[in-house]
Structures are given as structure tokens and as C-alpha cells.
Ligand binder design. Sequence first.
Ligand SMILES: Cc1cc2nc3c(=O)[nH]c(=O)nc-3n(C[C@H](O)[C@H](O)[C@H](O)COP(=O)(O)OP(=O)(O)OC[C@H]3O[C@@H](n4cnc5c(N)ncnc54)[C@H](O)[C@@H]3O)c2cc1C
Length: 301
Amino acid sequence: MYKEIALFAEKLGATVEFNAPMKKYTSFKCGGNASLLITPTSSDSLQKIISYCYTKNIKPLIIGNGSNLLVTDNGINNIVIKIGSKMSQIELIDETTIFCEAGASLKSLCMFALENSLSGLEFAYGIPGTLGGAVYMNAGAYGGEMKDVLFSCKHIDENGNVGEIEQNELNLRYRGSAYTDNGCTVVSAIMKLKKAEKTDIKGAMDDKLQRRKDKQPLEYPSAGSTFKRPEGYFAGALIEESGLKGYTVGGAQVSEKHAGFVINKNNATATDIITLIKDVQKIVFENSGIMLETEVKIIGD
Ligand SMILES: Cc1cc2nc3c(=O)[nH]c(=O)nc-3n(C[C@H](O)[C@H](O)[C@H](O)COP(=O)(O)OP(=O)(O)OC[C@H]3O[C@@H](n4cnc5c(N)ncnc54)[C@H](O)[C@@H]3O)c2cc1C
């Protein structure tokens, strides 16, 4: 079955890889293989491939840059579709409106906004994901979030049809969106920004990046903040107060630099990381009565 789908995808110009090592495609750099990884080259071929999968009763797993994913050591017994740089067109629609395909990196989107003197995306500079992943997660940082700039999104639904959702129905909330609920694949988005001075935009972007470099363990593989922020608290502070800074399981560690980050310090397996996450949840709960929920998506068998 997967061979048939691979042949179909290849005819449409997509790249296919059997037994794809997911450590190559995720920022945590661990985990097992995916049965088949398909990288389409256009939204048109993406739609055809997704529709074809559905006719075979297969719901493929969609990924972007893999910067919020932890793949289990047993890997993913499914088709994974990676939406990346081959679907990354960015265009100006009018003076303050940007069209962007799902596979564009947030970095290139932020640079495009800067080049066009458009403000509103500075918060996203330094988040290592794609636009599609950022919409799905309603990515945010330093007081900004995708919700502030999104006007509408195009997607492929579970029947393979193209649809569109406007801002008021995107249900954008803390690390979630309509797409977290409905299983559709984000293909592109339209964002509304504001005209501003280039030097101010650049200054804000540089400031955000510097704050990341100062506070986050960017020298190690991770998926960013491992846990969601519990209302009224900070996950990192709760972990630190529980004495878990530097806590280690195998090659996984609660970062000494920022307790909100679990890092792959030394060739960690996904099992090391999952065990560590569970230990942290248990100890923090015993210490504070608060159950931390993971922000990172754990996928695989
Ligand atoms: C060092 C570091 C710092 C980070 N800092 C931040 C931060 O400040 N703020 C923040 O919010 N996040 C942060 N993250 C987490 C991550 O970068 C974001 O969640 C990002 O939006 C994920 O994008 P992605 O393309 O990597 O998605 P992936 O990790 O590939 O996927 C994440 C989820 O989105 C889904 N998805 C991806 N693309 C699509 C699509 N086109 N259509 C439908 N579903 C899709 C996937 O199925 C998965 O469930 C950080 C991560 C790292 C490693």
C-alpha cells in the first residue's frame, strides 16, 4: 500500500523516503523511523497526495519543521507528509497584507515582513518552525502570537477538499487553533500587518533573538518549552522550585540554563525524554499540586 502511494507521490514530483529516520526531521534529534516520508513540492500535489491517502483509508501525519515534536523510539507506522521549503512562497498582496505558504520558515516570513517595513511578526523571530506549524499551534512569544496577525487560512480537509477559515473562526487560543481540533492540513495563510520603520522592526527582532540566546539552551537539541504554561504560573519556575534543574534520565536533562526546556544533552532516546517528562510531572505535582501538561507533541507507536 505504502509503495503504491509512494509511486503516486513521486509521479507528482514529491520526494519519498522509506523508513525515514525521524531524528533527521525533528529538532529533538531522537526517535525511530517513519514508514514513509513524503515531501510534496506544491499545494496542488499535496492535495492530490492527501486525497489519495484517504481513498486508501490512511490518515497521514502532517509535519512542518518538527520543532515541537517528540517521536517515540518505535517510530511512526504511518505516512508522514513533511511540508517544508518546497512549499514556501511568500508574497505581498497589498501594502500591509502578506500571503505565505505553510512550508515557509518563520524566519524567512519575518525577514520578508522586515524588507517590506511591516510590523507584527517580530515576536516570531527565533521560533524555529514553519508557518503551518505556527498556525496549528498558535505559536507565540514575548507577548505576541499568530492570533494577532492571522486574517485567514487555506487548508485541505479530511476529504481532500480545499477550504478556507477566517480569523473569527480560527479559534486561536493558547497553543491551539481550529486546526488542532479539525485535523485539516494548513496550506497557506494571509496575514495583516502594520507599516512601521525598518529600524524599529529590526531592533525588536534583534532584541527577541538576543533574549532567546541569553535565556534558552539553544546549543542543545530540544523542542522549546516542553510544558504549557499553567494558568497563573510558569512551568520553568515550578520545575526549578521542585529542585529539578539539571535532573537527568539517560541522555535527557532538564536544562540547567532554563528549567522549562528538556534537552537532548547526550544522545538521548525518546524513552529517556518521555521518562524524564513523566518524572517531572509527578514531582512537580507532589510539590505544588499542579499537573504540567506537555506542549511538545509526542507521536509514534
Ligand atoms: C529552541 C526552540 C524554541 C521555541 N520557541 C517557541 C516559542 O517561543 N513559542 C512557540 O510557540 N513555540 C516555540 N517552539 C516550538 C515550535 O517551534 C513551535 O510550536 C512551531 O510553531 C512548530 O512549527 P513546526 O513547523 O516545527 O511544526 P511541527 O513541530 O512539525 O508540528 C507541530 C504540530 O503542528 C502540526 N502541523 C505542522 N504543520 C502543519 C500543517 N501545515 N497543517 C496542519 N498541521 C500542521 C503537526 O502535526 C504537529 O501536531 C520552540 C522550539 C524550539 C526547538
